[in-house]
Design a protein around this ligand. Structure first.
Ligand SMILES: C[S@@+](CC[C@H](N)C(=O)[O-])C[C@H]1O[C@@H](n2cnc3c(N)ncnc32)[C@H](O)[C@@H]1O
Length: 230
């Protein structure tokens, strides 16, 4: 099994429904705050189920959702079929987005599941789809040598605030015995140092700065805000 297979199945990442709902709600509110104008076209790349995308769509003209997992695409299509501002993409329709047409692309919690080569290919793809003044937001990036205990602490803090603390404790035990942990140790997760990421982004035509806050609940992860270089 690889990461793509993993994300195409039901997975143990969310400890219960409340966790899933609060997670997507937080991400959607964070993305919505990054939208500067109501006429923007935005792509959420590696969106997951993106349950709260209607919050984002209320702030922009068009929201494209793309996730590589066909099962995730199927669920998104059912959830958002009546929302005229949300377009659920397939691999083919992703490629068909007109060049230079997007104001912002967000990839939250995606980079760690891509090889370096896949990431570099995506950087060129994203640059081609963004408008000249377009914004690229890369969030929840794993820094090298990250201590997994920081992830645990961040989840427990989020769970305490969100009222699912005991479910989170049980979920952590379940994750320990799950194929996520197995896959994480077999396949690994891709991490980036801030300086390396800056150099990589510059090599692909972006100017980047690190944001003070990550989009998600885990502040040991990084968020980079990049602009197409003029
Ligand atoms: C950790 S989840 C993040 C989902 C969402 N962005 C969030 O913040 O909750 C990673 C998602 O990326 C998707 N994914 C993995 N590789 C991808 C790729 N190459 N292109 C698009 N999506 C991908 C997976 O199917 C999965 O749904």
């Amino acid at each position: 099994m690889n990461w793509r297979d993993f994300w195409n199945r039901e997975n143990p990442i969310y400890v219960n429904e409340r966790h899933r709902v609060l997670h997507y709600d937080r991400i959607a509110r964070g993305i919505a705050e990054l939208i500067d104008k109501p006429d923007w076209s935005v792509l959420d790349h590696g969106s997951g189920e993106a349950l709260s995308s209607d919050i984002v769509a209320r702030r922009c003209a068009l929201l494209y959702l793309f996730d590589a997992a066909p099962n995730v695409q199927g669920k998104q299509r059912i959830r958002f079929e009546n929302n005229e501002r949300i377009i659920v993409l397939t691999n083919e329709s992703l490629d068909a987005i007109p060049d230079g047409s997007l104001d912002m692309i967000v990839a939250n919690s995606l980079l760690q599941y891509l090889s370096h080569a896949e990431f570099e290919t995506l950087l060129d793809f994203w640059r081609s789809k963004l408008k000249p003044e377009g914004k690229l937001v890369l969030a929840d990036i794993l820094p090298p040598g990250a201590n997994p205990m920081r992830d645990v602490q961040a989840l427990l803090h989020f769970a305490w605030q969100g009222g699912f603390f005991f479910a989170a404790c049980a979920g952590l035990v379940a994750t320990y015995f799950s194929d996520y942990r197995q896959l994480r140790s077999n396949l690994g997760l891709t991490s980036y140092a801030e300086s390396d990421l800056r150099v990589l982004l510059a090599a692909h035509g972006f100017e980047a700065t690190r944001a003070t806050q990550n989009l998600g609940h885990n502040q040991s992860r990084m968020m980079m805000m990049a602009r197409v270089k003029g």
